[in-house]
Design a protein around this ligand. Structure first.
Ligand code: PHE
Length: 355
């Protein structure tokens, strides 16, 4: 047997025993590579006589064909068995409960909106919505805001046209008017949503979130407002005792008006809500002005009630210890991973809001 025949035989055996594509690749180079078996045989042809050259060349070609076929078959069976192997390993039982799919997180603002909605729905408030792009009428005029009021200034309000008739709503209060025009009293609603003002620093962003509350019925008074907000703040901060103070204030759409502060103290660099001698403003409120009721086709002699506007982002910062409001809206995945909430933990009053 010639050397060539011997080498060919050996490589055939090796090929037969190869178990992985990597092994096959090595044998492939040994046979078909630049310095492989076939090429070295062809190189030898130069020293042969013309007759021998013809004979040997055709032998090499036959061997090449034979080996190529063997090779292709081997690659095919190997690939199939490797795929089978992989499929076996990757087999998933789709009936098993999933273990690792909580990749996304709920943004603290969404979480806080859900928490607040849950708290108010327990005492009979339903949820309303209004548009972000609002008319000057609903945002200001219907809310009893005088022509020369500073809030109407270009510095505060994003107007969308030259005539200053369309704007990005500066608060959620227009939803009060829209809700009342759309139905008949009594009304007991909350309206969370985006609001816009031309402002930006550590505690202000051009877009922020508010939650409006409105309760209109016969014989509603300031006492109801205080009771309602007291209940809300205690539930929201998940504490039994809360220190709250109503400070006289002014809004064109409420009379009387108040701003509400809650008491807190700082302990180990953390805010402790409900005690201490420091005050933090968290919302504006008051009894709905008779002019607003009239503009909303509600008879102020028969019906009255209260409204409030809560700064949602502020509350989220307080409850979850987030220092910079701007970080809420930077869409940083790492931030969201840290401060975000589990999508399956829907806040409810009875199961605990944030636990
Ligand atoms: N709209 C007021 C604000 O944005 C808050 C408010 C709402 C005050 C309802 C009173 C009643 O500051």
């Amino acid at each position: 047997m010639s050397d060539f025949e011997k080498l060919k035989g050996e490589l055939k055996v090796k090929l037969n025993h190869a178990k992985t594509s990597q092994e096959v690749d090595i044998i492939r180079t040994n046979i078909f590579g630049k310095n492989g078996l076939i090429n070295s045989e062809f190189k030898k042809l130069g020293s042969l006589s013309p007759e021998d050259k013809k004979k040997v060349a055709s032998e090499i070609n036959n061997a090449k064909q034979e080996l190529t076929k063997l090779f292709n078959d081997k690659v095919l069976t190997l690939t199939n068995s490797e795929i089978d192997e992989q499929v076996k390993k990757e087999k998933d039982d789709v009936t098993l409960p999933e273990k690792d799919f909580r990749i996304g997180k709920i943004h603290p603002v969404s979480q806080v909106i859900d928490e607040i909605s849950s708290i108010f729905s327990e005492i009979g408030f339903s949820v309303e919505e209004g548009p972000d792009v609002e008319s000057e009428y609903y945002n200001f005029t219907a809310l009893n805001t005088p022509e020369n009021h500073p809030a109407k200034d270009m510095h505060d309000t994003f107007y969308l046209d030259k005539n200053m008739k369309t704007l990005l709503r500066t608060h959620t209060s227009p939803v009060q008017v829209r809700t009342m025009l759309n139905g008949k009293p009594p009304f007991k609603i909350i309206a969370p949503g985006r609001t816009y003002r031309s402002d930006s620093d550590q505690t202000h962003t051009p877009m922020f979130h508010q939650l409006e509350g409105l309760h209109i019925d016969k014989n509603i008074n300031m006492g109801h407002l205080k009771g309602c907000l007291n209940y809300f703040v205690k539930e929201f901060f998940e504490v039994d005792k809360i220190k709250m103070r109503f400070r006289p204030s002014h809004f064109p759409f409420t009379e009387p008006s108040a701003e509400v502060d809650i008491g807190y103290r700082v302990e180990n660099n953390k805010i402790v809500i409900g005690e201490g001698d420091k005050w933090l403003e968290i919302l504006g409120c008051g009894m709905v002005h008779p002019n607003v009721l009239k503009n909303s086709k509600v008879d102020p002699k028969k019906y009255q009630g209260f409204a409030f506007g809560i700064g949602i982002d502020r509350l989220a910062m307080l409850k979850y210890g987030i220092n910079d409001l701007r970080s809420f809206f930077e869409c940083d995945y790492r931030w969201l991973n840290y401060y975000g909430f589990d999508p399956l933990d829907v806040p409810t009053n009875y199961r605990g809001l944030s636990k």
